[in-house]
Design a protein around this ligand. Structure first.
Ligand SMILES: [Zn+2]
Length: 160
């Protein structure tokens, strides 16, 4: 969905170098999901703002599902309806991965660390995410080895 909003920006006259405020219309893509609950939505518009020094257009929305508010940042506002500005949503919350019951029972620490690594990746902390995924893998391998050893010991006790 595309929406349009009017805003004011500063325009510099090249011959006099004087700045004056002019009215413009920004065409933007409306977010189709909520960054907080990850549901597909058509958010409620709350307020918009244009920072002309950074050419940053932002819109404050409310999720119709979880009722939390979030920001959409649009780099350079587009003045063409057919080419609306794209957005980046904040805050960024990663969607936790759901694991099978057997994995949760085998290694709850793996599930916790893995989901924290996803969160780090979503926040573009790639070094931390990499360490997190590696650590998560170490936990699940260790827990699997412990379980495997326990099963072997039980089998040995049964046979003797
Ligand atoms: Zn939501």
């Amino acid at each position: 969905m595309i929406a349009s909003y009017s805003y004011q920006t500063k325009q510099i006259n090249p011959s006099t170098n004087a700045g004056s405020m002019v009215n413009r219309t920004a065409y933007v893509s409306v977010p189709d999901h909520c960054p907080m609950c990850h549901c597909g939505i058509s958010p409620n518009y709350l307020k918009h703002n244009y920072n002309y020094d950074e050419e940053l257009f932002s819109i404050y929305y409310e999720c119709t599902r979880c009722r939390k508010t979030f920001l959409a940042y649009y780099d350079k506002p587009s003045d063409k309806m057919g080419e609306p500005s794209n957005y980046e949503l904040y805050p960024k919350f990663a969607k936790e991965r759901e694991f099978e019951k057997e994995i949760i029972e085998l290694s709850p620490v793996f599930v916790k660390v893995y989901n924290q690594a996803i969160e780090a990746e979503e926040k573009e902390l790639d070094e931390l995410a990499g360490m997190g995924y590696r650590k998560a893998l170490e936990f699940i391998i260790k827990d699997f080895c412990i379980l495997n050893t326990q099963i072997k010991r039980r089998k040995l006790k049964k046979n003797y």
